[in-house]
Design a protein around this ligand. Structure first.
Ligand code: NIG
Ligand code: FE
Length: 413
C-alpha cells in the first residue's frame, strides 16, 4: 500500500518514449486533461482518462489533482552534490572581477574544496548532502546524478563514492542517486606541473579501484586542466574498464571537448558554452546528449550555451543545475527553467523534455524514468497550478505542490 498511489483528475504533461528526444521532437509533449495515473508497488500501471478507470481491487492512497498539472519527476543529471566546506570568499573575488580560471590557477577554486573534502569524514559528507537532497525534492527532483572529484587522491575519491552509494542505497531515500567518478576534475596541487603523472595515476591506480563504484566517468576537459590528448587517454581507459562516459566540455574556451565526446561515444557532453559548430554537428550525429547548465553560465557571467543551435541540428538537449560550491552554488530547478526559456530561447515544452526524459537519457535511465507511461517508475511531480506555463512565468519560484518517488509521497507543500 505504501507505494500504491492513484492520482485522479490530473492535467498530465509528459514527453513520451524510452530514449532521448532529439531536435524538433523535444517540443512535442503530450498534454491531456482529466487523467488518472495509478502506481502499484512503485511502478506506473495505468495512465488513462478518469472515466476509463475501474477499481481493480487494490488499495491506493488517492490524490485529487483537480486544477493541478502532473509531470514526470525532474532529473538533475549533473551535480557535484558531495563536497566539504564552502567558497564564499571566492564568490566575492569573482564579483570584484577575478575570473574563475585565474582563481583556480593560483590554487583556489576546486583545490580549495579538495582540501576541505579530504579532511571531512564520510558521515559528514553524507549528512551535508542530505540537506541539499531535501531542497531538491522540494523542487520536484526524483533523480540526481552526483560526482566525486573533490578528492583527487584515491582514498578521498573512494570516500566520496562511498558517500554517494550510501545515499543511493538508503532504503528511506527520497530520490535516486546516480554515481559518477570525476577523479579528472583538476590536477591536485601535489601534482602541479606534472599533469601526465596524475593522468597515469588515474589510469593505473584509481580506475581499477573505483571500477564498479560508479556508473559514469567524467573529466573536466579544459585548456590548462586536462586537454584533448590526456582526456582521450583517460576516456579510453575508463571505457575499457566498463564506465559510461561524460565530459565537462568547452565550458571556458573552445577546445574540441564536444567533438571528443562524440568520437568516444560519450553518453553526454556538458556545459558547452563555447562549443564549435562542428562539435554540435558531431554530437547530433552520434546522439551524444548536450547537457546544458544555465545556472553556471549565469553565475560566471558567461554567455549561455547555444541551445537553439543544438536543437536545430537535431541534437538531444538536457538541462541540469551543476550544483557545486564554486562555479555554481545553486541547485535551483525553477531558475534553470526560467533561464532556459528566457535567455536560451527554449520553449517550455522543450525545457520540460530536457529536465525529464532527456535528463533520464543523460544518466542512462530513459527506459525506467523521465516520462509518465505504463511500466515506468512512479516518479511524479504535481504542481500547484493547472497550467504548465506557470513554470517559467513564476520566475525562479517553486511551483511544486507534491513530489512522489517510486509511488511514495516524499514532499508536500
Ligand atoms: O561544472 N568546471 C568544473 N567543474 C565544476 C565546478 C567545480 C567547482 O568550481 O568546484 C563545473 O563548473
Ligand atoms: Fe560540473
Amino acid at each position: 500500500m505504501e507505494r500504491n498511489i492513484i492520482i485522479r483528475n490530473a492535467t498530465l504533461v509528459t514527453p513520451l518514449g524510452n530514449e532521448a528526444v532529439r531536435g524538433d521532437g523535444m517540443g512535442s509533449i503530450s498534454v491531456r486533461g482529466q487523467m488518472t495515473i495509478a502506481v502499484r508497488e512503485g511502478v506506473i500501471t495505468d495512465v488513462l482518462p478518469d472515466t476509463d478507470w475501474q477499481a481493480d481491487g487494490n488499495s491506493y492512497k488517492e490524490i485529487d489533482a483537480a486544477g493541478r498539472v502532473v509531470l514526470p519527476g525532474f532529473v538533475d543529471s549533473h551535480t557535484h552534490l558531495i563536497f566539504g566546506g564552502y567558497r564564499p570568499d571566492e564568490f566575492g573575488w569573482r564579483l570584484n572581477g577575478e575570473s574563475y580560471m585565474s582563481i583556480m590557477e593560483r590554487g583556489g577554486g576546486i583545490q580549495s574544496t579538495v582540501n576541505s573534502t579530504r579532511t571531512a569524514t564520510c558521515d559528514e559528507l553524507v549528512e551535508k548532502a542530505g540537506w541539499f537532497i531535501n531542497r531538491m525534492v522540494e523542487m520536484g527532483v526524483t533523480t540526481v546524478e552526483a560526482k566525486s572529484g573533490y578528492g583527487l587522491d584515491t582514498a578521498t575519491e573512494v570516500k566520496m563514492l562511498d558517500a554517494i552509494s550510501r545515499l543511493a542505497e538508503d532504503p528511506e531515500r527520497k530520490l535516486d542517486v546516480v554515481s559518477t567518478f570525476l577523479g579528472a576534475h583538476a590536477v591536485p596541487s601535489e601534482y602541479k606541473g606534472r599533469t601526465g603523472e596524475y593522468v597515469d595515476l588515474i589510469i593505473n591506480e584509481m580506475i581499477p579501484v573505483v571500477k564498479g563504484k560508479a556508473k559514469f566517468f567524467d573529466i573536466f576537459t579544459e585548456k590548462n586542466v586536462f586537454e584533448i590528448e590526456d582526456s582521450r587517454r583517460m576516456l579510453e581507459a575508463a571505457r575499457q574498464a566498463g564506465f559510461k562516459l561524460k565530459l565537462h566540455a568547452d565550458e571556458i574556451v573552445t577546445l574540441g571537448g564536444a567533438e571528443l565526446a562524440a568520437e568516444m561515444g560519450a553518453v553526454s557532453a556538458d556545459h558547452l558554452l563555447h562549443v564549435s559548430d562542428e562539435g554540435i554537428r558531431m554530437m547530433a550525429e552520434k546522439g551524444t546528449v548536450a547537457t546544458l547548465l544555465p545556472l553556471t553560465a549565469f553565475a560566471l557571467k558567461e554567455p549561455f550555451a547555444p541551445a537553439r543551435k543544438f536543437i536545430e541540428a537535431g541534437a538531444a538537449v538536457a538541462l541540469a543545475t551543476d550544483l557545486n560550491p564554486g562555479s555554481c552554488f545553486s541547485g535551483s530547478i525553477p531558475l534553470t527553467i526560467a533561464l532556459a526559456c528566457i535567455y536560451m530561447k527554449m520553449t517550455i515544452e522543450e525545457t520540460i523534455t530536457a529536465l525529464t526524459l532527456n535528463g533520464a537519457a543523460a544518466v542512462g535511465m530513459a527506459d525506467q524514468i523521465g516520462s509518465v507511461e505504463v511500466g515506468k517508475r512512479g516518479n511524479l511531480v504535481m504542481l500547484e497550478f493547472s497550467n504548465y506555463h506557470m513554470l517559467p512565468y513564476y520566475v525562479g519560484m517553486n511551483c511544486v505542490n507534491t513530489t512522489i518517488h517510486d509511488g511514495r509521497i516524499v514532499y508536500q507543500a
